[in-house]
Design a protein around this ligand. Structure first.
Ligand SMILES: *[C@@H]1O[C@H](CO)[C@@H](O)[C@H](O)[C@H]1NC(C)=O
Length: 298
C-alpha cells in the first residue's frame, strides 16, 4: 500500500513539468466569441446533399458523412453568399485516416469552372502516431484545372484531439478580410490587399469527405487504406449567417471583432499569435520552394 502511494506520488512529481507546459492549458482567451452571436441552423434548412447520398445521414441535427471503397459524400448550401460567417462543429475519425480529407469550405467552382474562388478548411487524415493537420487555403480566380493555380496554404496542428469531441470551426469572410476560427480562436487572418489576391465573387458553402491519397498525407506518402473503412466525419451546430447576393438588401453580419467592423482585438491577436507560434506547421509565405512573385502579399 505504502509502496503504491509512494509510486503515485513519484509519478505525479515526474509528470508535473509536463502539465506545466503552457500549451496544455489551451489558448489564451480571445475575449470575444463570434460563434455565440449566431444561433444554430438546422442542416436541411441551409444545405442539401450534393453527392454520395447513400453515405450521408442526418440524425437529430448531426450530419454524418462517410467514405468507403465505393464512395465519399458531400453537401452544398442552398444559396450562394457574398460574405458572412460560416461555421460548424466537426468531429473526426480516430485511428488510421491517411489519404482521407474532411472539408468545410466556400467555393464557386460550379459557377466558374477553371478559374473559381475558394476558401478552405480541410482536415488532412493521418497515420495513427501523428496528429491531424488542419489546412486553411485561399484561392482567387486560380483554382481548379487551370495552369494558374495559386494556393495559399497555411497548416496547423490542433491544441486538442479533434477525434474526441466536436469543436467549432469557422470561416469569416467579407469584402475586407478572411478570418479562420477554431473554437473562436482566430488562427489566420487574410486581409484584402487587392482584387488579384482576394476572392470577392459569391460562393456557396460545401462540405465533404473524400479520398485525396495523392497529396493529403505527407505529400501522398501515406494513402487511404480501406481496411479501416468506413471513414466517418460528423458535423452539427451549423452556424451560417451570410449575405446572399440576390437576397434582401439588409442582412445580419456578425463581426469578427468585438467592436469594430474589421481586424482583430489585442486579445484576439494574442490568441492568434499563440496558435501560430505553437501549432502552425506550414506557411506558403515561408516556403522557400515557392515563387513568391506570384504571391505579392507575402
Ligand atoms: C492496410 O492496413 C492493413 C492492416 O494494418 C495492412 O495489413 C495492409 O498492408 C495495409 N494496406 C496497405 C496497402 O498499406
Amino acid at each position: 500500500m505504502e509502496y503504491l502511494q509512494l509510486a503515485s506520488l513519484l509519478f505525479l512529481i515526474l509528470m508535473l513539468p509536463l502539465t506545466n507546459k503552457a500549451n496544455v492549458h489551451g489558448p489564451p482567451t480571445p475575449g470575444y466569441y463570434p460563434s455565440k452571436r449566431i444561433g444554430s441552423t438546422e442542416f436541411d434548412q441551409v444545405c442539401t446533399n450534393l453527392w454520395g447520398p447513400q453515405h450521408q445521414t442526418l440524425d437529430q441535427g448531426t450530419l454524418t458523412i462517410w467514405l468507403d471503397v465505393n464512395s465519399g459524400s458531400g453537401f452544398k448550401s442552398l444559396s450562394p453568399y457574398s460574405s458572412g460567417y460560416f461555421g460548424a462543429s466537426v468531429k473526426l475519425q480516430s485511428g488510421y485516416t491517411a489519404g482521407v480529407i474532411t472539408s468545410f469550405y466556400l467555393s464557386n467552382n460550379e459557377d466558374y469552372p477553371g478559374n473559381h474562388d475558394e476558401i478552405d478548411i480541410e482536415f488532412l487524415g493521418t497515420t495513427e502516431d501523428k496528429p491531424y493537420v488542419l489546412q486553411t487555403n485561399v484561392f482567387n480566380r486560380g483554382s481548379g484545372d487551370g495552369s494558374n493555380v495559386i494556393g495559399r496554404e497555411v497548416r496547423f496542428n490542433l491544441w486538442f484531439d479533434p477525434t474526441k469531441d466536436f469543436h467549432k470551426y469557422a470561416i469569416f469572410w467579407n469584402p475586407e478580410e478572411i478570418i479562420f476560427f477554431v473554437d473562436d480562436v482566430p488562427i489566420r487572418r487574410y486581409p484584402r490587399k487587392d482584387d488579384d489576391t482576394f476572392p470577392s465573387r459569391p460562393m456557396w458553402v460545401y462540405g465533404s469527405i473524400w479520398d485525396a491519397s495523392s497529396w493529403a498525407t505527407e505529400n501522398g506518402k501515406y494513402k487511404a487504406n480501406y481496411t479501416y473503412q468506413p471513414f466517418v466525419s460528423r458535423y452539427n451546430n451549423f452556424k451560417i449567417s451570410g449575405c446572399e447576393p440576390n437576397g434582401p438588401a439588409r442582412c445580419y453580419l456578425v463581426s469578427g471583432h468585438p467592436s469594430r467592423s474589421r481586424g482583430l482585438s489585442r486579445r484576439q491577436n494574442a490568441a492568434m499569435a499563440w496558435a501560430q507560434n505553437n501549432y502552425k506547421v506550414y506557411d506558403y509565405c515561408q516556403d522557400i520552394l515557392r515563387d513568391h512573385s506570384l504571391t505579392p502579399e507575402c
